[in-house]
Ligand binder design. Structure first.
Ligand SMILES: Cc1cc2nc3c(=O)[nH]c(=O)nc-3n(C[C@H](O)[C@H](O)[C@H](O)COP(=O)(O)OP(=O)(O)OC[C@H]3O[C@@H](n4cnc5c(N)ncnc54)[C@H](O)[C@@H]3O)c2cc1C
Length: 377
């Protein structure tokens, strides 16, 4: 029986493991992938982070490797996470995807307040080992299940389509004879991919129109008063703001929902790179694509859905762990199910809870709370 099992070995799970190890608890990370960092390795070639190295370090580390203000690529993050596990000697079971998580004390009601009698959990994984733990930290990632807006099934059969979570190499995915590629969603991923397609078509001398659909989410400039804007976002304590503080609540409810995007505005970049802009995709009718703003476009050859994520937890057999709409049921990462905690959720405790620079503090606090409650029983 483990004191704690962590489900998910991304940055959130690793940060929690670091603090559990410091606290002397007997824990294990279960991860679905073969190698730590595979989640980042599978993201598309060319992906660059928007957060500079200086603000990407995990607990116990002074800095992320490289120059402080460089923006790492996906492989640098993957390698950093893998190296972090090795340096800190964290306990991980690989290729161990959790297929079932339940409470074991079936005689007790599953809705146990955090201050009631300890519960325990049984965890089934694809490696065939049944494990038990007194506590579980769910850290399966805030950006995992592609959000499906229902357009994909309405596309004509010959239109190539993909969600950003599945695209690994944009150059080999983009058909060489494509004349129009549509990117649906103008957030950080959609914007970056639209630019990547322009670069690919220029390198190939391909006659390609790149269309980017979605509202310009608005961005902060990368440099403010000659300094990287993240110096201010961290220095003035904006990103680490607690979501239950007065200012945190205001920021989380703002039209941007606390999302802070940095760099050139989508419209400015689009203009500079001859990317055709449209509003949100509203109708797909055979070969005709209509948008909330701008003229319809016909005969698009390929579509990338940069529509974000919504998370599902099919393995979670504890009804009280989720809300009626299937979202994590928690207060600042603490579940109403005794012994169950979350990590890495979007704005879980702080504005930056799901970012590399945000998991350290959350992990420290969640583990302190877990340890206190565990030792009290
Ligand atoms: C395109 C993109 C760009 C981003 N850019 C930045 C950036 O610039 N800066 C920044 O700070 N953040 C960025 N993020 C946000 C965030 O840092 C990443 O999404 C990060 O991967 C989240 O880490 P995590 O540990 O919460 O989850 P993940 O990295 O998703 O890790 C979750 C782990 O859980 C495992 N898992 C899932 N389900 C199970 C299961 N049932 N059983 C066992 N294991 C399971 C997976 O194998 C995976 O290894 C970006 C995200 C995306 C999608």
């Amino acid at each position: 029986m483990y004191d704690v099992i962590i489900i998910g070995g991304g940055q959130a799970g690793l940060a929690a493991a670091y603090h559990l190890q410091q606290a002397g608890l007997n824990y294990l990370i279960l991860d679905a992938h073969a190698r730590i960092g595979d989640n980042w390795r599978k993201r598309w070639d060319g992906l660059r982070l928007f957060t500079p190295n200086r603000f990407n370090a995990l607990p116990g580390d002074k800095a992320f490797p490289g120059k402080p203000y460089d923006l790492p690529d996906r492989l640098a993050v993957a390698d950093y996470l893998e190296d972090y596990v090795r340096r800190n000697d964290l306990a991980v079971a690989h290729m161990a995807e959790v297929v079932s998580l339940r409470t074991t004390n079936t005689s007790a009601p599953t809705r146990l307040a955090q201050d009631q009698k300890p519960s325990s959990f049984s965890i089934e994984t694809t490696d065939g080992i049944l494990r038990e733990a007194h506590n579980v930290i769910l850290a399966t990632g805030a950006y995992r299940t592609p959000r499906d807006l229902g357009f994909a099934e309405r596309l004509p059969q010959q239109v190539k389509r993909i969600h950003t979570s599945e695209i690994e190499d944009p150059a080999s995915w983009l058909p060489v004879n494509a004349e129009k590629v549509l990117v649906v969603g103008a957030g950080a991923s959609g914007n970056q991919l639209a630019q990547t397609f322009v670069q690919i078509s220029t390198a190939r001398h391909q006659n390609l129109q790149v269309i980017l659909a979605g509202e310009d989410p608005g961005t902060l400039p990368r440099k403010v008063l000659g300094r990287d804007v993240y110096d201010f976002l961290y220095g003035l304590h904006v990103l680490p703001l607690k979501v239950d503080s007065m200012l945190g609540k205001v920021l989380a409810k703002a039209p941007t929902k606390g999302e802070i995007r940095v760099g050139e505005s989508v419209d400015v970049t689009a203009k500079a790179m001859s990317i055709i802009r449209r509003g949100k995709l509203s109708v797909v009718d055979k070969h005709r694509f209509e948008f909330e703003t701008g003229d319809p476009i016909e005969n698009i050859d390929a579509v990338v859905f940069a529509t974000g994520y919504e998370n599902r937890y099919p393995f979670l057999g504890i009804p009280e762990a989720l809300t009626d709409s299937g979202k994590p049921n928690h207060e600042l990462g603490v579940s109403p199910v005794r012994g169950l905690y979350w990590m890495g959720l979007h704005q879980m405790r702080r504005i930056n809870s799901s970012l590399l620079g945000g998991v350290a503090k959350d992990a420290e606090e969640i583990v302190a709370q877990l340890n206190k409650s565990y030792k009290a029983h």
